[in-house]
Design a protein around this ligand. Structure first.
Ligand SMILES: [Zn+2]
Length: 674
């Protein structure tokens, strides 16, 4: 079908206009006074992109390309409906470095195609866990596709379709249920990585808090009315950077592992969902011993230690969550042109202020301490630091950006800015809980100020708990407080819209909160530019897979030993092919199988499990470079059942003759575990 472009634009404006205005009728949280009845549903979706030769998202290192898979990445979705006011929200936490508007727009489009107007930009909240070990290239903005040499359609499609699947599953499982809210302080699982900047905040303000990180974990437990658990979502501020910038295996990092453990322990048929979601982790690292040191012997142990703390604390809150939550669901959403906000004096320093075109400072290149880059943090135009920053300050800094020595002004790029300028602000309430969904990584103190703004406005409406949902719906860097910004640590240098960015956010969320309190709609704001049709990729696809003449795909190169003890590691290397031929979504590249009592092979682990690793390596096999070696590792759990085992590798290879993709599989020798 061909549609005239003008008509398409008209339809687009109409649909969005209706959604934005139509979704906010005059209701406040009080309409559901006394209500404890909800409809709840949860669902998982596989969003694992290409496990080979795609730049990873997070550390911004060109050399960090995927070369295997430790854990599948998941989208975790919850749909909560409050029949008392007929409102619903879909809350997603996805194992991604960040969320982008490009993803959200297409998720909402597909939900609309399937379910009609029930889901919109306004009531779908997409958050990212901020794992730094997933494939990138799923933004429509240049800055975030630099390390992938452009857009990666295959990864984008995996992410969008997986998120839609998770929401559709949650939707299809909606049933009467109860919500329970619990919160507590988890101390010793996180550390402030920019304490010098934090200390610039007013002493009186710092004195209100026991720590320079937020230690609070807030947990929402979902159960069925007739009994049975649906799942949980909790918010805790800590970077998912336990895996370092030299890791090449796809991983959900500490939050992904905590989720995996919780789901595995509670699962009754793949429907239990446990999301460990991200909060105001801008300056918060899991590496509690400093630098990249999380206390373990390697990245894997660091990840386990961080995941264990979050998992065990969530389990305690889960057990303690016994009082049914009272109230209803509500939401407000607006788009803000973040580089042109006039900030009223009461949100700033008593003077009218304005945000700036997006730019990053010199210290952004230095990276944070858990992912070091080039140079040192703290290059600021306020102090003489070194010649390079003085040079930058003299040449590029604008009065608007204050102390920031600009190295790249994304907002000035033509024909489109290199990072988003129009950004979504979203406020969701579920009973007494407010979710402040921000498309940024906000620092500890910035998050506290933002929560206060919302709580002050909504306390008269029964809102008692507020969490920052970080990296939600889109992404445009960090937000530091005005005082922290002056220091130009990594977080300040990465605050795109200048020193008054937080003030602009407080002003924006103030009006969302007031709109909700008064029961009136808020203006939808300007629409972000849809850049889907100008995406270019310099990433080559798989030309064809090669192997030596006398072997077959799936043949074993290095086989298993005859027997192992529990706690040992099995390693088997196969002649394989490129994983881009098929992502095997909701499937696996490997199976660990145990021989059952009647002689049939039974799966005991796949590539989503923590105990297995799939490693991919490009091998030169004269005359081409197109051969793949796949190594499957199985770290035998200490509680594995003794018996007879084997390891399978499954994949798809692409023929150079007819360009067709064909499945193959290989099996190790049979071995015993004693
Ligand atoms: Zn970060």
């Amino acid at each position: 079908m061909r549609v005239h472009p003008v008509r398409l634009v008209l339809a687009w404006v109409l649909v969005w206009g209706t959604v934005a205005w139509g979704a906010a009728p005059g209701m406040g949280p009080r309409d559901c006074e006394g209500n404890t009845r909800f409809l709840v549903g949860a669902g998982l979706g596989d969003i694992t992109g290409p496990a080979a030769e795609v730049g990873m998202m997070g550390y911004g290192q060109l050399s960090q390309q995927t070369a295997g898979l430790h854990q599948r990445l998941r989208s975790r979705a919850f749909v909560i409906v409050s029949p008392c006011n007929g409102r619903r929200v879909a809350i997603v936490s996805a194992d991604l470095g960040m969320m982008f508007q490009a993803v959200k727009t297409q998720v909402v489009e597909r939900l609309r195609a399937r379910f009609g107007a029930v889901y919109s930009n306004d009531n779908v909240l997409l958050g990212a866990t901020h794992t730094h070990s997933g494939p990138g290239g799923f933004s429509h903005h240049t800055l975030y596709n630099l390390t992938t040499f452009g857009f990666v359609p295959q990864n984008f499609e995996a992410i969008v379709s997986g998120i839609v699947t998770s929401i559709a599953r949650a939707h299809s499982r909606l049933g009467e249920g109860t919500l329970r809210l619990e919160a507590g302080e988890l101390v010793g699982a996180s550390r402030n990585r920019s304490p010098e900047a934090y200390r610039l905040n007013p002493p009186a303000e710092r004195a209100r808090y026991a720590h320079d990180v937020d230690t609070r974990m807030t947990l929402l437990r979902l159960t069925r009315a007739q009994g049975g658990d649906v799942g949980l979502i909790n918010w805790f501020a800590v970077h998912a950077t336990s895996m370092g910038n030299d890791n090449h295996l796809i991983s959900g990092d500490n939050k992904g592992l905590a989720s995996y453990w919780f789901e595995k322990a509670h699962d009754k048929g793949d429907t239990f969902v446990a999301a460990f979601a991200q909060a105001n982790a801008g300056d918060v690292t899991p590496n509690i011993l400093g630098g990249t040191n999380g206390g373990g012997a390697d990245d894997f142990e660091d990840t386990e230690l961080s995941a264990r703390k979050q998992h065990d604390f969530a389990a305690r809150l889960w057990a303690r969550a016994t009082t049914p939550l009272v109230g209803g669901v509500d939401f407000r959403h607006t788009f803000v042109k973040m580089d042109a906000v006039d900030v009223a004096p009461e949100y700033a320093d008593g003077r009218p202020r304005r945000t700036c075109p997006a730019a990053i400072g010199l210290s952004m290149l230095a990276g944070a301490e858990d992912g070091p880059g080039y140079g040192v943090e703290g290059a600021s135009c306020a102090v003489i630091h070194d010649l390079w920053s003085q040079f930058t300050c003299a040449l590029t800094t604008t009065p608007c950006q204050g102390e920031k020595p600009i190295v790249l002004e994304m907002g000035a790029m033509l024909p489109h800015p290199w990072s988003p300028d129009v950004l979504p602000l979203q406020l969701v309430t579920v009973g007494p809980l407010a979710l402040v969904a921000v498309p940024f990584e906000v620092t500890t103190m910035a998050g506290r100020r933002l929560r206060r703004t919302v709580l002050e406005r909504l306390s008269t409406r029964g809102i008692t708990e507020a969490v920052i949902v970080g990296l939600a719906n889109d992404y445009a860097g960090y937000v530091a407080t005005r005082e922290e910004y002056a220091r130009q640590s990594y977080e300040g240098a990465s605050t795109h819209f200048g020193p008054w960015t937080l003030a602009a956010l407080q002003q924006g969320f103030d009006s969302l909160a007031v709109g909700m309190r008064e029961g009136h709609p808020v203006p939808p704001g300007p629409l972000p530019t849809d850049l889907r049709f100008i995406q270019a990729s310099l990433q080559p696809g798989v030309v064809y897979d090669d192997k030596l003449l006398w072997v077959s795909f799936g043949d074993v190169i290095t086989d298993a030993k005859a027997s192992y003890a529990r706690g040992d590691s099995v390693k088997v290397t196969f002649w394989g092919a490129h994983p881009k031929n098929d992502l095997r979504l909701e499937g696996t590249y490997l199976r660990v199988q145990r021989k059952g009592s009647i002689g049939a092979w039974v799966d005991v682990a796949d590539d989503g499990d923590w105990e297995t690793r799939y490693r991919w390596e490009r091998e030169s096999c004269v005359p081409t470079l197109g051969c793949s070696h796949v190594t499957v590792e199985w770290h035998i759990p200490r509680d594995a059942a003794p018996g007879t085992y084997r390891i399978l590798h499954e994949g798809e290879w692409k023929s150079g003759w007819d360009a067709r993709v064909r499945p193959y599989y290989g099996a190790s020798r049979v071995f015993t575990v004693k």
